[in-house]
Every structure is written in structure tokens, then in C-alpha cells.
Design a protein. Sequence first.
Length: 302
Amino acid sequence: MVNKLKTYMVLTLLVVGLVFLGIGCTGNENSEGSSPVQETSSEGAPAAESQSIFLKGSDTVLPLAQAEAEEFMIENSDKSVTVTGGGSGVGITALIDGEVDIATASREIKTEEIEAAKANGINPVETTIAYDGISVVVNPENPVTELTFDQLRGIYNGSISNWKDVGGEDKEIVVISRDSSSGTYEYFKEEVLLGDEYRPDALTQPATGGIVGEVSQNPNAIGYIGVAYLDGSVKALSLDAGNGSEAPSSENILSGAYPLSRSLYFYTNGEPSGLTKEFVDYVLSETGQSLVTEVGYFPIEQ
């Protein structure tokens, strides 16, 4: 019903605009995609600010951004926030190209991406919105409950290929990874593989949900996901980076004891303004941060 009302309102405004401006008079179109562009009326006064923004990027951030957008629009029924995934790299590229108002990311923007943005007249500004832990998951039937970082690295670089080598059954390991556009892929490569390449036979998935689905159906599979995607269909492993085995619990992630903890980000072109600032402020507010907890991530300090 709300969407229908929005449609009727937009159509009504268009009709009124045509009556006053005349059929032959057109406004400036936004040729850069969804980023709002200020228009000027025939009298020289600024037109009304855009009431719609577009977010794109990290699949890890996706469930959080969607939840925030839904609640924000309930409180602001005249405003629209559209959220899509695709990976952190996809979102940052869209920001560089001026196609989005906010790029969502589960990794920091790279130096070369900042340079490309500035060359295109874009000034990326980072806002930390939540904290996350990456869970290494296996099928619930798998008897393995923990791995060292050396074992995990060996599994993903190809030097370990059988579960019996890490305390499991004599079965080939099926390795599943995100694709290279994912911020989680980049983070895992840096923190676990230490610069090694992923094994060539790793099965890549374009979205986190695909990893959950594969691991839940294959007793020999292993994958890595954001903690918000954990459910009963997969089992999270405890990890030992040299200081003892730690589970991906909220306490361990917030304290930094769990070795795969990270920040989640919004990137905007310059300091947020207009509706973009309203939404960012909402996400950082007490209400927005309570949604962070509900979704399964961890709020920033207030």
C-alpha cells in the first residue's frame, strides 16, 4: 500500500509540474546513476532535495543495511533507501563511478581505489557502522571442531587436502570461497593466507548465502562467512592463531580475542549530506545500533 501511495504521489507531482512548466520544458536529468544531483528551477532557486538514495556493495553488510533501510523508511515513509549487494569491490567501484550514494564494504578501501576515485572527482569518506567476525564453517556432521591458523591456511592454499590431516575423517576436503569481488575474500586472504593464492580447485560463490547452502549440504565442505549468516545448518569452528583456541562469540569478537574480527563500513563521496547524512546518522543512532545487534553483528561504541 505504501508503495502504491508513493507512486500516486509521484504521478501527481509530475502532472502538476507539467501544468506549470509546460510540456516543452524539461529539468536536468541525473546522468550519474542514483546519486542525487541538485536541480535548479526556472526562477533560479534550488529544486527539492532528492528523497531517494542507493546503497551497493558488501554481501556481509547487506542484511544489516537492508534492516536499517526498512526501519528508516517506516519512520520516513516519504523517503526511499535502495540496497543491493554484489561485493565490497563492486560497491566501491560504483562509488568511484558516481553511481551510488553509499558503498558498503567489509574491508577498507584500497590505495589504488582512492586514487581512482580522486581522478574521477570522488572523495571517499569512511564511516565505521558495526563490527563483525568471520566464522569458518563446516557441515554439522563433520567431527572437527577447531583449527589452527596454520591448518586453515594449508586447507585454503592447497597444501592440506584431507580431513584426516587436521583431526577429521579420511575424506577429501571440499574448499569453498567467496569470489574476488568480495571484501571477505580479500580480508581472509590477508589474515589467513598471508598473501598465498587460494587453491585453484576452490569452489567460489558470488554470495555468502551460497557458501552456507554448499556447506550445509556437503559433509566434507568448509567455507567462511560473516557471523550474521550463522544458523543451525552449519557449524562454526573455533580458531587458534597462536594464543589458544577461541570461538566466534560476541565476547571474543568485541574483545579481539577471536582472530578474525573486523570493522564494517559505509563509504560516501565527501562528508554525508542531505538524505545520505540522515540515513548514516540513523544507522549510528541508538535505534540503528540496536538493529546491528538484532541482525547478528556488533555495535560500535556509543
